[in-house]
Design a protein around this ligand. Structure first.
Ligand SMILES: C[S@@+](CC[C@H](N)C(=O)[O-])C[C@H]1O[C@@H](n2cnc3c(N)ncnc32)[C@H](O)[C@@H]1O
Length: 305
């Protein structure tokens, strides 16, 4: 089986139903990935619609381009961070869009490639950059950041209660030899944890790896502002959906959407986040932690320019 075949778009039916892109609509997919959601939306808007797909990972873009070749006439794919979505839309001469999707985090393409360094389950270089042109990798953080800063990140972004012990053992280990692989880091984390450490079904290195990935890609720093910018580009009556994969991310989405609703600029189409159904949960492990939230921009909210 190829790697592409393994990336199953999360909550595809729910995203389609709630975003409900109409024929002729202009759609912005801020996390193109392998183009699974994009293909669904392109089919719904038909040949008179237009789609803009953004991803910061050139590998994902290459794969998506092949998969979406049938929609080439109505599709613009741009390699960019979604923190620059306004620049992307301006560059394409697009003022407003009707539908926006953020399907956050990493794809299976990234996770399952040992060479990208996202997973402790396979040995590979300690990289974790979604954008391989970015300046800083996980190896840089792990070997160069002060112990205190490492501990703070592992605590804040990994919600790991043994963050200080882990940071201390990392600093001790790197004094003898630079830490360059996922397997060595996973081993260091294991050594730092108390004997008998068990956390449900989670591998002991899960939280530390999550924290480093978030820090390397500045995932939480970027998100809040990107949601506000995206909303500014949403046409009245337009809808925006976000799929988050951990509580830190979802908290930011919830806060941004609630603020827009409070200001009378948007309606929450999901009062509580939607979770995948049992069948999807069982079939697609990535879906397990997904939370989908959707809002609609109110017509004539007075701020539309
Ligand atoms: C979960 S995958 C998307 C999968 C996609 N919906 C599909 O059906 O194939 C997330 C993608 O978003 C990209 N991504 C994550 N954060 C990004 C950011 N800040 N800017 C641009 N792309 C980002 C990742 O590189 C990855 O390819």
């Amino acid at each position: 089986m190829t790697t592409e075949a393994l990336h199953i778009p999360v909550m595809l039916a729910e995203v389609g139903d709630l975003l409900d892109p109409a024929p002729g609509a202009v759609v912005l997919d801020c996390t193109l990935g392998l183009g699974g959601h994009t293909a669904m939306m392109a089919a719904r808007i038909g040949p008179s619609g237009r789609i803009i797909g953004i991803d910061q990972d050139i590998n994902a873009i290459d794969k998506a381009r092949g998969r979406l070749a049938g929609f080439a006439g109505q599709l613009d794919i741009v390699k960019s961070n979604f923190s620059s979505l306004a620049v992307v839309l301006d560059g394409l001469g697009v003022e407003k869009v009707n539908t926006i999707l953020f399907d956050l985090g990493v794809s299976s393409l990234q996770l399952d490639d040992a060479g990208r360094g996202f997973s402790f389950r396979m040995d590979g270089p300690l990289d974790m950059r979604m954008d391989r042109a970015a300046a800083t990798s996980a190896e840089d953080l792990v070997n160069e950041w002060p112990e205190e800063k490492l501990a703070d990140i592992i605590f804040k972004y990994g919600e790991e209660r043994f963050s200080r012990r882990i940071a201390r053992v990392i600093v001790m280990a790197r004094a003898s030899e630079r830490i360059t692989t996922t397997a060595r880091l996973a081993d260091i984390v294991l050594r730092a944890l108390p004997r008998g450490y068990q956390r449900n079904r989670l591998h002991p290195a899960t939280r530390t790896f999550q924290a480093l990935r978030i820090a390397v890609n500045r995932e939480l720093e970027i998100l809040g502002e990107a949601l506000v910018t995206a909303f500014e580009r949403l046409a009245p009556g337009g809808r925006m959906a976000v799929i988050a994969f951990h509580s830190l991310e979802d908290r930011i989405v919830k806060g941004a959407f609630k603020a827009l609703a409070r200001e009378g600029r948007a309606v929450l189409l999901t009062k509580k986040p939607l979770r995948p159904g049992d069948v999807e949960d069982a079939d697609n492990p990535r879906a397990r932690s997904a939370r989908l939230r959707v809002i609609e921009r109110i017509e004539g909210d007075g701020t539309f320019s």
